[in-house]
Design a protein around this ligand. Sequence first.
Ligand SMILES: C[S@@+](CC[C@H](N)C(=O)[O-])C[C@H]1O[C@@H](n2cnc3c(N)ncnc32)[C@H](O)[C@@H]1O
Length: 210
Amino acid sequence: MRELVHTVGRRFARVATRAVVAQPGLWRVFRGPLRAQFNWMASGWEYRRGPEALVSLEAALDREERLPARVLDLGTGTGKAARVIARRFPTAEIVGVDLSAAMVEEAARLLPNDLRGRVSFRVGDASALPFEDGFFDLVVLLNMIPFFSELGRVAAPGGTVLIASSSGPQTPIYVSPATLRSRLAPFGFDRFDEVCAGEGTAFIARRAKG
Ligand SMILES: C[S@@+](CC[C@H](N)C(=O)[O-])C[C@H]1O[C@@H](n2cnc3c(N)ncnc32)[C@H](O)[C@@H]1O
């Protein structure tokens, strides 16, 4: 039964991603059901996939040109990407945001003590973020629907947006590089890079310093 719900959930996430990327206003239709879905999945989420889910994210982080001071992990889930980023950039402050309160609870529970001063998690919606303009040097999305206008708003001049998919185009929440490029360019992102590693892919968008 649990696996059936996961299969239906993956299909629903794919439909929601396509719809919301094409028409962001449709998010109000999908927000409630997706939140319920991920609340339900939160307890087992951390262990559904192993380290292979992080390979494309790690490969893309290898290409980060600067040490970011402030990093946002959007759709953090149980905080896997936030923890990887914290280990990689030992002076950075990282905020993980997720729509699902149950995911945020799990992320906080799984956070090792030595990261507690620099990594925090909060419930929030990537379509309307509670952060100032240009606050983050690096914004990371791992298997998460991009909301382009908010990415453009909260990324700093000279900052980076990194969008990784653990299973490339097979990932339920996946957006093609061509779409990412065309939707981010109007916000001043002008250098783009694509990464394939393991089963996954990642897209990197860098913004001019302004
Ligand atoms: C497929 S999971 C990925 C979780 C994590 N990044 C990972 O790869 O393990 C997508 C996550 O994004 C969250 N999410 C979906 N839409 C969101 C939104 N608009 N704002 C914040 N979080 C959102 C979900 O609650 C879920 O935890």
